[in-house]
Design a protein around this ligand. Structure first.
Ligand code: ADP
Ligand code: MG
Length: 325
């Protein structure tokens, strides 16, 4: 049985800045602080949801964990080993265990490769099995994601969006990973297909004891798949809690605003809190609390002092001056 309390992945004060340069001398004029000091852990067999508006740094965080982007600071610890500065060879090993599923199944598949070739490519790259074993593996993977063996010879353009994402999932599963970073895996799909793919991912998780870092901007998707949820705003986690606590007792005004934008069937069930203004730029984040220019409860301290993420009750952390003990 997977041990949900034993962290598989720990991220500590992780930062990813993109330098901004200008002029012919490429003068450094600032940094886009896409991820700016993020800490959390994912247990074995757990799915942690990561939610926030577009541009808040979710994809950058996911890619940095996989070392597809080099971290600017902080630590990534996988199974107790610091993987922040692994060399290429060790990274190759790691890539077997941590996989990513992208938002756009179209863009993540090579149009010149058959479905079968795409799914088997990770096995070929890692030199796993002979032709016959790969063939067997392919049939198993296709079945796992609800595709027919004869669909292996099709090309991506011959499949629907949902089928393509099933291929993306099969490809991610080929190396028998422990952790999958799923970056908005259903955002590009029709609503009618979304639940099918989410159910498939949950079934596979149960069968294989996988952990997910499940990224979405859509709270209803996150609510469906994640037991524990981190809310991200402008490069930072502002609230982290179990699903029931987050939805039943949101503490951060940003979380409250996000929740109130989810339609409910009960009229007047939740007072609508509208998010005013645009998301500020991660190039020049506001001083103090990054949410203060849009916050309905802003106080003088919020403009000056950045609130730390503090655990205010068992398993429920928030970064907000309203909730300082
Ligand atoms: P999300 O996935 O939450 O929509 P992203 O992680 O894609 O957000 O982006 C976070 C911020 O980092 C955005 O302001 C984006 O423009 C910036 N960004 C992302 N990738 C790069 C890059 N390669 N170079 C410069 N800026 C980037
Ligand atoms: Mg993204």
């Amino acid at each position: 049985m997977p041990d949900k309390d034993k962290p598989l992945l720990e991220v500590k004060e992780l930062k990813k800045y993109y330098p901004l340069t200008a002029g012919i001398t490429s003068r450094h004029i600032g940094d886009i602080k896409a991820v700016d000091g993020v800490s959390f852990s994912v247990g074995e067999g757990e799915s942690l949801g990561l939610v926030g508006e577009s541009g808040c740094g979710k994809s950058t965080l996911g890619k940095t964990i996989l070392r597809l982007e080099e971290p600017t600071g902080g630590k990534i610890i996988y199974k107790g080993t610091d993987i922040t500065t692994l060399d290429k060879k060790a990274l190759r090993q790691l890539r077997k265990e941590i996989q990513i599923i992208f938002q756009d199944p179209e863009a993540s598949l090579d149009p010149r490769m058959t479905i079968g070739q795409s799914i088997c490519e990770p096995l070929v790259i890692h030199n796993i099995g002979d032709d016959r074993e790969r063939e067997e593996m392919l049939v198993w993977l296709l079945e796992k994601v609800g595709l027919e063996p004869n669909q292996a010879s099709l090309y991506p353009h011959e499949l629907s969006g949902g089928q393509k994402q099933r291929v993306g999932i099969a490809r991610a599963l080929a190396l028998n990973p422990k952790l999958i970073v799923a970056d908005e895996p259903v955002s590009a799909l029709d609503v009618s297909i979304q639940a099918q793919i989410l159910n498939l991912m949950l079934d596979i998780q149960n069968q294989m004891g996988l952990s997910y870092l499940f990224i979405a901007h859509d709270l209803s998707v996150i609510k469906y798949v994640a037991r524990r949820i981190a809310v991200m705003y402008l490069g930072k986690i502002v609230e982290l809690a179990e699903r029931e606590a987050l939805f039943g007792n949101p503490l951060h005004p940003y979380t409250e605003a996000l929740l109130s934008s989810v339609p409910t069937l009960i009229p007047g069930a939740r007072k609508r809190v509208l998010l005013i203004g645009e998301v500020p730029s991660p190039l020049n984040p506001p001083p103090g609390c990054r949410f203060h220019p849009r916050c309905p409860h802003v106080m003088p301290a919020c403009r000056q002092e950045e609130p730390a993420l503090i655990e205010v009750s068992q398993g429920h952390s928030v970064a907000c001056h309203l909730h300082r003990s």
